[in-house]
Design a protein around this ligand. Structure first.
Ligand code: NAD
Length: 168
């Protein structure tokens, strides 16, 4: 059995990692859909789909179960988004999400949706991590070591600060 976990993962953090470990207790393989794949180089979505795939693949490579990290672009048509996700991913039976829109869209499609337990959401949060990167705070403790390496490899902190300095 395969489970689907959808997110933007900007960046993939220790809260996401805990959710994937929980999902692994439930299913044999995990499909991680990297949403908003077309977005990068903005304050809310600084990392490219490829960079996020790399973060997820490396952070989870020591797990026993197979994890597929699949980029999925947004669609300006919510009513057919679940079909779009299916067209990009290996077959899955269960969806794991706390995102109300995602829950609704898959439930309308008669797919079983399970809630994920939130782990210290006030700390393990993409927004908090991006703000700490921008403002010089300690973001490194909030992400897996492998994610820290990918962010450093692509000079991600400087990218965020340059975006912040831009006036668009
Ligand atoms: P996210 O990376 O912010 O979060 C991913 C998941 O992780 C969420 O379920 C969130 O609740 C959970 N999470 C976050 N922190 C956690 C923590 N500390 N502990 C446990 N769980 C935690 O991603 P998101 O913004 O929810 O991503 C949804 C994606 O789906 C977006 O890319 C969105 O564009 C896409 N989407 C697209 C369409 C469309 O194109 N029409 C429709 C629906 C959704």
């Amino acid at each position: 059995m395969r489970g689907l976990y959808v997110g933007r993962f900007q960046p993939f953090h220790k809260g996401h990692e805990r959710v994937v470990d929980d999902i692994m207790d439930d299913v044999d393989e995990v499909v991680v859909a990297v949403g908003s794949a077309q977005k990068s180089h903005t304050l809310r979505n600084p990392f490219t789909a490829g960079e996020r795939v790399s973060m997820i693949t490396k952070a989870l490579e020591d797990r026993d179960e197979t994890v597929y990290a699949i980029p999925v672009e947004d669609l300006n048509r919510n009513a057919v988004w679940t079909t779009h996700v299916r067209s990009m991913c290996p077959p899955f039976e269960t969806v794991y999400s706390n995102n109300p829109l995602i829950v609704r869209l898959f439930e309308e499609d008669d797919v079983e949706v399970r809630e994920c337990v939130l782990f210290e959401r006030d700390r393990f949060s993409g927004r908090v991590i991006r703000e700490r990167m921008r403002d010089g705070g300690d973001w490194r403790a909030l992400v897996p070591d492998e994610v820290e390496k990918v962010v450093d490899e692509v000079d991600g902190v400087r990218r965020l600060r340059d975006l912040d300095a831009d006036d668009y």
